[in-house]
Every structure is written in C-alpha cells, then in structure tokens.
Design a protein around this ligand. Structure first.
Ligand SMILES: Cc1cc2nc3c(=O)[nH]c(=O)nc-3n(C[C@H](O)[C@H](O)[C@H](O)COP(=O)(O)O)c2cc1C
Length: 184
C-alpha cells in the first residue's frame, strides 16, 4: 500500500498565516507526487473530522517564548479526546531560531507529546543540522533530530522549499515502509 491510497488531512493553527502558507506548499509538493491532502484550520476541526483521516499532518507555530498557538491550546482537551491509534501522522513546526533561540519550535514538542497520547504513530523526524539555536522542546533524546519538520520563515525562508521537498520524499518512503510491514 502507498501513501496516495490513504485519506489524508493536514491540520494547521496559525496567528499570522505562515503555518497555513507552509501547509499549502506541503500540499503542493505532495500533489506533485500524486498525493492529495485536504487542508483544514484546526479551529474548524472536530474529533470526528480528525478521526476520519488515515494519514494526518499537524502544523503549529511557537509564540511568545515557548507559547502554544492559541487555537491549538484552546482545543487541547478536544484533541486529546481523539482516538488516532493505527493512524500515521507527521508534524511540522514554525519558529524563529535567532529571535527565540531558547524556545525554538517548543510548541511542536508540546503537540508531539499530545499526538502520541492519541495513540497515533509519528513519522517524519527531521535532523537538526543547519539550524542554530540553544534550546528546543521539539528535540529527541540525543538532540540529533526534531520530532517533525522545522521551518523558519523569519530567518531561513530561502531553505523552506528544499526542506519541504526533502521531507515529503522522506514521508513517502517512511509511509510505504510502514504500510508494507503492516500488510506483510
Ligand atoms: C512576539 C513573537 C514571539 C515569538 N515566539 C517564538 C518562540 O518562542 N519560539 C519560536 O520558535 N518562534 C517564535 N516566534 C516566531 C514565530 O513562530 C514565527 O514567526 C512563525 O512563522 C509564525 O507563524 P504563524 O504566522 O503561522 O503564526 C515568535 C514571533 C513573534 C513575533
């Protein structure tokens, strides 16, 4: 089975539009591989809608020194009531590594913890190489990778397209490997 056969949804929260715009670029990149994904603002979501997808991408920016984007924060309890077990998921986060280097992408780390609590499988970890920051709650234990794609539209916007393109290829590979294992 392939990613293109899954019902896919991308849920984002945004204050100033960047996370939505990056979501649109991820959608376009997936489309270039023949994969359709529906884009939904988390503030227009519901547990039933979230649970209706088999592959989900979640986008979240970090605000105010490690703060959670408002809509995601307000919908925390509703999100945690979802049962996403058996579903494949991936995260992307937006932040500013030079402006907020002690809190870079913290909200993505917050969301990662909650996605795991819904029972979902998370793929798409992204290497920290090429970023300059001091601290982040989105790191894995040995600090070699973020829990999802790290996008910095404030300081490294010129790298965004390349990062999206590589990450989408990675997601396709990881998905097909996992789906093959499941059907074996
Ligand atoms: C007042 C302010 C606070 C911010 N705080 C953080 C932060 O703590 N950590 C971080 O990584 N980025 C931080 N950022 C950067 C935003 O996450 C970044 O601009 C992002 O692209 C905004 O996404 P949005 O347009 O989807 O809301 C902050 C930006 C501003 C203006």
């Amino acid at each position: 089975m392939k990613l293109a056969q899954l019902n896919a949804g991308l849920f984002f929260g945004t204050d100033t539009g960047n996370t939505e715009e990056v979501g649109e670029r991820i959608q376009k990149e997936l489309a270039s591989h023949g994969i359709e994904i529906e884009l939904i603002n988390i503030n227009e979501s519901s547990p039933e809608l979230l649970e209706s997808f088999d592959f989900l991408i979640f986008g979240i920016p970090t605000w105010d020194f490690g703060g959670i984007q408002q809509d995601w924060e307000e919908l925390e309890a509703e999100f945690l009531s979802c049962n996403l077990s058996g579903k494949l998921t991936a995260l992307y986060g937006l932040g500013d590594q030079f402006g907020y280097g002690d809190y870079f992408l913290d909200a993505m780390g917050w969301l990662h913890e909650r996605v795991l609590k819904t029972g979902a499988t998370v793929i798409g970890a992204w290497p920290t190489e090429g970023y300059e920051f001091t601290e982040s709650l989105a790191l894995n234990e040995d600090r070699s990778a973020f829990c999802g794609l790290a996008i910095d539209e404030d300081q490294q916007f010129e790298l965004t397209d390349e990062r999206i393109s590589k990450w989408v290829t990675q997601l396709i590979d990881e998905c097909s490997q996992l789906l093959d294992e499941q059907s074996a």
